[in-house]
Design a protein around this ligand. Structure first.
Ligand code: BEZ
Length: 341
């Protein structure tokens, strides 16, 4: 592998009552498609995969995942796993703007950078958590490297290339709104944007004033130029691992606007997502019910078969019923859990 750089950064992280700080270490590795930065929290746990996250366009790992990973109930889950949070190139805090003419990697190439990260860390398997463009990148990685992916949490994934209608709409929006409003329109519904809640104000502020907006536009262009993942139910091109599919009820492309969440459920509904994630991990045999909160334990008992106490893995156990946070089932048994929140 090519040249490696390492930078140590101690992250600021507000502590929840009774919690001790977890060290975070940021690294950069060179890959055939340029350098990629990622931040590791926690220490590797024997016989457990790393949780590896990939963020959406307009965000970085912190703005995308901090509210979820710092959510109180999430702590009992993540303390059992090392976490690797990838920043797409040019999205890391303080990233310099790429020079004019820089060829930003395609989403497929972003996926091809992941083996360099895992090789550097000497990690063999992951549970991927991706949002939007990040969910696409992790799916592509899982299709190419199925043996290294134990599970995937895909939030607001669009596995298809843009059709000509999408392109026309995209071009029209490009003529009538700013780059930052275009990105915000990808992340949030029009209803949320016009509601202008504190959360929307915060993210509008982050994106409008991003010093790396030119880089963000390059990631955005790669997202819009993605090709079909070509998933076929029961066909040759399928994800081989258990998948938790999450759709925000107000995701910009979700037609049926339902309950009380938004386009970015990991920001607006971290509690529901945490609960669903626990069920998902328990279905994979990673969360012994003794580790679960009393509330989750009682719900989970009725939703899943028992997970083994030592946390050993079984792909046959899975959720097959709706949880309070959303609808699950469908898909091949033991593999897909669908959550709408
Ligand atoms: C984590 O503990 O994995 C985490 C903390 C802060 C931001 C993102 C992730």
């Amino acid at each position: 592998m090519a040249e490696l750089q390492e930078v140590q950064i101690t992250e600021e992280k507000p502590l929840l009552p009774g919690q001790t700080p977890q060290a975070a270490k940021t690294h950069s590795v060179e890959t055939p498609y340029g350098s990629v930065t990622f931040t590791v929290y926690g220490t590797p746990k024997p016989k457990r995969p790393a949780i590896l996250t990939y963020h959406d366009v307009g965000l970085n790992y912190k703005s995308c995942f901090q509210p979820l990973f710092q959510f109180g109930d999430m702590q009992e889950i993540i303390q059992n796993f090392v976490r690797v949070h990838v920043d797409a190139p040019g999205m890391e805090e303080g990233a310099p703007v790429f020079p004019l003419g820089y060829q930003y990697p395609s989403l497929d190439q972003l996926a091809d950078m992941i083996p360099c990260i895992l090789q550097y860390l000497n990690f063999s398997t992951i549970i991927g958590v991706g949002v939007g463009a990040g969910a696409y990148v992790l799916s592509r990685y899982a299709l190419n490297h199925p043996d290294t992916v134990e599970g995937l949490v895909l939030i607001n994934i669009d596995p298809n290339a843009k059709g000509w209608m999408d392109w026309a709409a995209h071009k029209l929006t490009g003529l009538t709104s700013s780059r930052s409003e275009m990105i915000l329109g990808h992340l949030f519904s029009q209803e949320e944007l016009s509601g202008n809640s504190e959360l929307i104000q915060k993210y509008r502020n982050i994106i409008t004033n991003a010093p790396n907006l030119d880089n963000i536009e390059l990631y955005w262009n790669s997202y819009n130029n993605r090709r079909d993942l070509n998933f076929e139910r029961g066909g040759d091109i399928t994800l081989k691992c258990p998948v938790m599919l999450v759709v925000g009820d107000q995701a910009p492309h979700e037609d049926a606007v339902m309950a009380d969440s938004g386009g970015q459920p990991q920001l607006t509904q971290p509690g529901k997502l945490t609960e669903a994630f626990k069920y998902f991990l328990q279905g994979m045999g990673y969360m012994a019910s003794s580790c679960m909160t009393r509330l989750s334990r009682s719900r989970t008992a009725s939703l899943t078969s028992a997970a083994s106490i030592d946390g050993s893995r079984s792909r046959s156990r899975t959720l097959s019923q709706s949880s309070e946070s959303g609808t699950l089932p469908s898909g091949p048994p033991g593999h897909t859990m669908e959550v709408s929140c």
